[in-house]
Design a protein around this ligand. Structure first.
Ligand code: 13P
Length: 245
């Protein structure tokens, strides 16, 4: 299994930010892991063009479930493929919270991603209230059951576990807590999809930095990271890529 370092730029980045791609490619011409940047939709085709010939792949942060139609402001997975994207993040907690996306919506978006021939990065994760109530495993298990469509394979799907309370806060679960959730996700996927799920990549996300990446990557069933803030600068993200190598 090839590990994956995925950067989610969220709603950050103007044209000048593309210089980070040049710096990242120069510092890591042949990384041992797969490297992905998901910029805002406005930069998708520019970033894909800029990254051509490098080891950096391009992805999107969301898509509509339909291929085309009267959906003002939305973009489809087919459009993302057309712009040079290879991955789509679906069900990020910020989309679930800000746009009311439920598991059924996320599942439809994952299916749309496959329809366009792309890989879905399906996000799950509990809130602080849910963790403190001892409900983490139930919540994440329920999101997995509802958000991951039948037909998920190691090739078309990546799962990202992102505790909501760890996103952008500098707070990170203990290694034991990460291990407990990732082991449970692996077991549930294997139960449902069989042996192929052993090769499905499970990313951890939430305040990953160069300084904590190596220890997080040492946890069993952590096959990479989905990185927000620390993906915006090539120097930070490069440190995470290196830790995964
Ligand atoms: P931070 O790395 O900024 O905590 O964000 C994580 C995230 O939400 C990536 O999708």
């Amino acid at each position: 299994m090839q590990k994956l370092a995925a950067g989610n730029w969220k709603m950050n980045g103007l044209d000048a930010a593309l210089a980070e791609i040049d710096a990242l490619a120069a510092a890591h011409p042949s990384p041992e892991c797969e490297v992905l940047i998901c910029p805002p939709a406005t930069l998708l085709s520019r970033l894909a063009a800029r990254a051509e010939g490098t080891a950096i792949q391009t992805g999107a942060q969301d898509c509509h479930a339909a291929a085309s139609g009267a959906h003002t402001g939305d973009i489809s997975a087919e459009m993302i493929a057309d712009a040079g994207g290879a991955f789509v993040i679906v069900g990020h907690s910020e989309r679930r919270a800000d746009h009311g996306e439920d598991d059924a919506t996320v599942r439809a978006k994952a299916e749309a991603t496959w329809r366009a021939g792309l890989t879905a990065i399906i996000c799950v994760g509990e809130t602080l209230e849910e963790r403190e109530a001892g409900r983490t495993i139930d919540i994440v298990g329920g999101q997995l059951a509802g958000s991951v469509p039948d037909g998920a394979t190691a090739a078309n799907t990546v799962i990202a576990y992102e505790p909501v309370w760890a996103i952008g806060t500098g707070k990170v679960p203990t290694l034991e807590e990460i291990s407990e959730v990732h082991d449970d996700i692996r077991a549930r996927l294997t139960d449902r999809f069989g042996g192929d799920a052993g090769g499905m990549r499970l990313l951890y996300g939430g305040s990953v930095k160069p300084s904590n990446a190596a220890e997080i990557f040492g946890v069993s069933n952590v096959d990479g990271a989905l990185v927000g803030g620390a993906s915006l600068k090539a120097s930070d993200f490069g440190g995470i890529v290196e830790a995964l190598g």
